[in-house]
Design a protein around this ligand. Structure first.
Ligand SMILES: C[S@@+](CC[C@H](N)C(=O)[O-])C[C@H]1O[C@@H](n2cnc3c(N)ncnc32)[C@H](O)[C@@H]1O
Length: 351
C-alpha cells in the first residue's frame, strides 16, 4: 500500500458543488466494509458522491473512479486535485474495468461499487436528451458515441422498437407506441424529446392519480437500449469478479427490476444458490465454484427518510457480495440472456 497525503472531508467537500444526491450511501459503505487500506474502484463516478465518501472513509484508501460520460470526468477534475494523489479519474465503461485499472498499473481491487443508471445532471441537462420534461435533441448517449435515441426511433424496425419499449421500459402499450412512432416518422423524422413525449402521451393514457408521465417507461427503455446498459451491467459484474481480491467486496445499486434481477441472479449463482434462484428460468447453469459469499441476503432498500429527501432513490436496491478465493468461473450465460432482447420469434402477443 503506497502512503499518500491525507485529504480532509472539508477539502473533498469544497472541491465542487454536489448536484446529485448519492443514493443508499451509508448502506453502500457498510456493505463494502472499508476496514483496511486498499484500492476501491467506483465504476460510476457521476457527481462523485460515492468517491468522496470512499476517500473520506480512511486516508489509506485509494480510488480509481470511472465514468463513460466525458462531462462527469471534466467536472471531477477539482476532486482529483483535492485528493492528494489518492484519486484517479478515468473515462471509460465499467464493463471494461479490469483493463481500465490494468492501464493504471493495478491488477486487483479491494472494493468495487456500481451505481447503475443515469445521474441527476444527465437527466436535468436538456441538451443531453434524456428528459421528456424539457425539450432537447433526442440523444440519450451517456458517452456521446454510437447511435443516439433519434437514430433508434427513426431507424429501427417497428417490432424491435416495440421490444425495446416492452423489455427494457416495461411499457405495456409498447406495440401501440412503436406503431405511432413509425407512422409519425413517415411524415418527418422525430428529432426532439418533446416531439416524442407528445406522441407517446397520445397513445399511453396516464394512470389515474399517478404522477408518472406516460412517456416515462418508453424513455427509460430507449435510454437502456442506446447505452446498452444491461449488457454493461453483465460485463461489469464479471469484470469486478475478475479483479476483486479474496475478501474484496462488490456493492451494486440498481433502479430497475431487470437490473436487479441480473444482479440477484449473478450473486445467487456465484454464491451457490443458483439452483434455487433459477429453478423457474431457462438455461439453469451447472454449479460453479462459489466465487462470492452473500453480504446482503436480500435487497437493501432506502428508508422512508431517504426517499422523502431524495425521491429519485425510490426504486433503488442494493446487493453486495464478498469475493472468495475461488478462481473466476466462466461468464454466466443466464444473465447475458436477461440483458438481451428476446429472439424475434419470442416477441410476445401480450402487447
Ligand atoms: C447514478 S450515477 C452515479 C452517481 C454517483 N454514485 C454519485 O454518487 O455521484 C451513474 C453514472 O454512471 C455513469 N455510467 C453509466 N453507465 C456506465 C458505464 N457502463 N460505464 C461507466 N460509467 C457509466 C453515468 O454516466 C453516470 O454518470
Amino acid at each position: 500500500m503506497s502512503r499518500s497525503p491525507r485529504t480532509t472531508k472539508a477539502e473533498t467537500a469544497k472541491a465542487e458543488p454536489v448536484r446529485h444526491i448519492p443514493v443508499l450511501l451509508a448502506e453502500v459503505l457498510a456493505g463494502l466494509s472499508l476496514d483496511r487500506p486498499g484500492l476501491a474502484v467506483d465504476g460510476t463516478f457521476g457527481a462523485g458522491g460515492y468517491t468522496r465518501a470512499l476517500l473520506d472513509a480512511a486516508p489509506e484508501i485509494r480510488v480509481i473512479a470511472i465514468d463513460r460520460d466525458p462531462s462527469a470526468i471534466r467536472a471531477g477534475a477539482a476532486l482529483v486535485d483535492a485528493s492528494g494523489g489518492r484519486l484517479r479519474l478515468v473515462q471509460g465503461r465499467f464493463g471494461d474495468l479490469d483493463t481500465l485499472i490494468a492501464d493504471q498499473d493495478e491488477a486487483q481491487a479491494d472494493w468495487v461499487v456500481l451505481d447503475i443508471g443515469v445521474s441527476s445532471m444527465q437527466l436535468d441537462e436538456a441538451h443531453r436528451g434524456f428528459s421528456f420534461r424539457q425539450d432537447g435533441p433526442l440523444d440519450m448517449r451517456m458517452g456521446g458515441d454510437g447511435p443516439s435515441a433519434a437514430d433508434l426511433v427513426n431507424g429501427e424496425e417497428e417490432g424491435t422498437l416495440a421490444d425495446i419499449l416492452y423489455h427494457f421500459g416495461e411499457e405495456r402499450r409498447s406495440r401501440a407506441v412503436a406503431r405511432a412512432i413509425v407512422e409519425a416518422r413517415r411524415r418527418a423524422p422525430i428529432t426532439t424529446t418533446a416531439q416524442l413525449a407528445e406522441l407517446i402521451a397520445g397513445v399511453v393514457r396516464p394512470e389515474p392519480g399517478s404522477p408518472i408521465h406516460p412517456a416515462t417507461r418508453s424513455f427509460q427503455g430507449l435510454r437502456i437500449a442506446v447505452n446498452d446498459e444491461l449488457g454493461e451491467l453483465v460485463r461489469g459484474l464479471h469484470a469486478a469478479e475478475r479483479v476483486l481480491k479474496p475478501g474484496g467486496r462488490l456493492a451494486v445499486v440498481t433502479f430497475h427490476s431487470l437490473e436487479d434481477r441480473i444482479v440477484k441472479q449473478f450473486f445467487s449463482a456465484r454464491s451457490g444458490r443458483a439452483a434455487q434462484a433459477s429453478r423457474h428460468l431457462p438455461g439453469v447453469e451447472r454449479p460453479a465454484p462459489k466465487s462470492f459469499r452473500l453480504v446482503t441476503k436480500g435487497p437493501i432498500l432506502p428508508s422512508e427518510a431517504e426517499t422523502e429527501v431524495n425521491p429519485r432513490a425510490r426504486s433503488a436496491k442494493l446487493r453486495a457480495g464478498e469475493r472468495t478465493d475461488a478462481p473466476p468461473p466462466p461468464p454466466l450465460s443466464a444473465i447475458e440472456t436477461l440483458a438481451s432482447l428476446p429472439a424475434p420469434q419470442g416477441r410476445g402477443a401480450r402487447r
